[in-house]
Design a protein around this ligand. Sequence first.
Ligand code: BGC
Length: 885
Amino acid sequence: MAAVTSLRTQYPNDLIGVDDDAVRLRWQIDADDARQQTGSHIQVSHDPDFGSVLAERVDVGDRQLDCLAPGGEFVSRERRFYRVMAELDGVWTPWSPVCSVEVGLLTADDWRAKAVTLPDDPGAISMAPSPLVRAAFGVESSVVSARLYVTSLGAHSVALNGKVISDSLFAPGWSAYHQRLLACTYDVTEMLVPGENVLSGVLGDGWYRGRLGWNPGQDRCRYGTELGLIAQLEMTLDDGSIHTVVSDESWTASTGSIRFADIYDGCEIDFREAQDGWTSPGFDADSWKPVSVVDLDPVIIEPWISAPIRQVKELEVRCSEGPNGVVRVDVGQNISGYLAIEVAGSAGSEVVTHHAEVVEPGGALHLRALRSAIASDRFLLADDQPTMLVPEFTFHGFRYADIATDAEVLSVRAIVISSDLEERSSFECSHEGLNQFESNVRWSQRDNFVGLPTDCPQRDERLGWTGDAQAFAATANVLFDSHQFWLSWFRDLALEQTEEGVPSVVPNVVLEGEPRMGRAGWADAATIAPWATYEATGSTASLVQQLDSMIRWVSTLQSKRHDDGLLGGEFQFGDWLDPDAPASEPWKAKTDGDFIANAFFSHSARLTAEVAAVLGETAISVEHRSLADEMAALTWERWRDHARTTQTGCAVAIELGIAPVEEHPEVATMLASLVRAADGAVSTGFLGTPLVLPALSRHGHFDTAYLMLLRTGVRSWLYQVENDATTVWERWDAILPDGSIHDGIMKSIDEQGENPEDPHMLSFNHYAYGAVIDWVYRNVGGLAPTIAAPGYRQVLIAPKPCTQITNATTAIATGFGELRLDWAVADQQFTATVVVPFGSQGSFSAPTTDQSVVTVGDRVVTKPITLEHGTHHIAVTHPAVASPS
Ligand code: BGC
């Protein structure tokens, strides 16, 4: 029988205590026979059994994605349940499974908790033991329901009656702390007992007070010198009374086994300093000091909206004997996380770890790429019992580690951490190298989506670089369900934006003197990333939320135009890390930075126009479209000849609509000849790389696109795979063709000449070049969302076989359900099985030649082929097969 099989909101299913954003419902329908949804009926209730209905709405039509739920505004703590029934060709399904949304504390007035910490905390001056805070309280009878609302200055871990409350790590994440501090909510009903209870917390420096950025000495305490736990426990007892326990002056503080912990440098845990039982009732806390209360205006606290950072995988490792008797660990995969090591030694035995992404030819860990990040953990044992060692409030980007110890190492495992986003897709084809590269890109996303989209997870950086994020946004959206993750970061982007523009890193922590604001291709994350999110998910949430920021960014650009109408003369990162730029000056790309600046200006204006049009803001749309056209025309007039000389110039001209449409085919031909002349070698940096294959294939140059995609020598995606990469490299030649490691030397942007203090830049885990995977899903996988009906409501299904890729299986978990394409070419015959979920519609573009006959099932068809939901078998004789050679 036809049924609505799944109903979801925009939030991860297990997240409670969210913000009061409009609830957006989506549902999936299982109905082989019905043709389409003709209507829907949504009900909202405070009661999971829908005894009484708070609001309901009946709609006509086929909308089953991004449906705004009725019910009006939320009040703090409110929980609502939703269900839906769908009308399919005039017949109603039964009610769907129920889903719910529970909001957190929405106003400053809701917060009675104060920020508490260790008095006279030496951590305000230099790294010091983590503050521990606790309170004991009585509960008179059984608890019917209880919520803990908690946030902190610094990172926290909270426990109730000796048990850690949540598996969130580094809560409350990293946001523009002075304007937006995220609060987490946990259901702790089952953890409370009648009698004495203890609520406790450990504080870590985290991003709030720990090191940030690459200038040692100026890099701690960016947001403040004092940590603070803000915890509010609200309990409803069986007699209906409500009791609240809040962090305040009555709490006490001390320190324990965590002697220091820093995200970049690692931690030290001395088990001899542990205060056994301090998180449980019955502990004697007489020697503890009253906490100090830190000033905090609760106005900045707002509920979280995205999945927390968690342990997402645990991996087996290989251990061997390393240099100087250390245990050398190979995780087999470059990860963000740490080791969990079980050892047995004696009181005072020391265990020290170091981490690295690669090993030097001589066998030592390559630590130089970490720059000033020490990335080392130290443990001191309390006794001779087997002890599990897991670092606290730190993580490392690594594949290899050395463990130095006299103790016996009993076992080692690798713990992977990430923002816990659902995987959205899978891809496998006949080309092993491409499969490995897809895996590498997925890992680079997992390793860098840690609270916010970062550049890299290993060195003294790990910042929300906006350029990297915009380059990768489309790919990120196909690999993981990143919608809420982006939405949260976009809020910080808009908050950190000023009249000077959008910062190069969000949250904005780059030091004064660096080119911090409004750089082309970086600041444009403001327009590009929300638009990519809309295309992939079909949700207008990112557009509604960000339109104002987009308009502000375009208006900053407007204000910088010179008399000739163009931008110019400012420092630009430009096509950063163009492989033809001097290795130590990655901003000196072949393609003129001023061309890039004006092209991205036009592009941002155009995207703002598109967004305004989607949201029905016609006047804004018209104004921005004409600005986009004007900037494109001026830019092309000025840089036409120059742009046609580089891969990035051509790709930008086509993909950002800078060249007039009628010139696109010719520019694409220029681009193809540049790529062929280079034998497929990539000569683009961060900005050109996402655009180059789309620019080629849009104009039919598939042979050339594949030549580039499947090249294996240096300056190619697969060169990394050949060199054993398990994540994406920052530089095309991070390992040089002779097997040595790139020296990574870089000059400072604002200086001339060499300087012994020059920074070093060499990461093996930077996702920007992985942006090509969006193209792979669309063209090798053959599944592309369309902007006119986003979120895969209309899918362009256009697989492009090539001589070196003879089959591919691709699946995407769309809002409608799984979309899947399996195709293969053999004996001049192309066959495909397509599964289109209910609510989605495919437009199949077969890889045909003049001799082809196309069949769907046993019907011979001529183009175009529309595929409704269901499973379809397609065959094409004499198919078109691209040839990269
Ligand atoms: C970061 C990049 C970033 C760049 C901008 C680097 O240090 O790691 O990925 O986009 O600086 O200049």
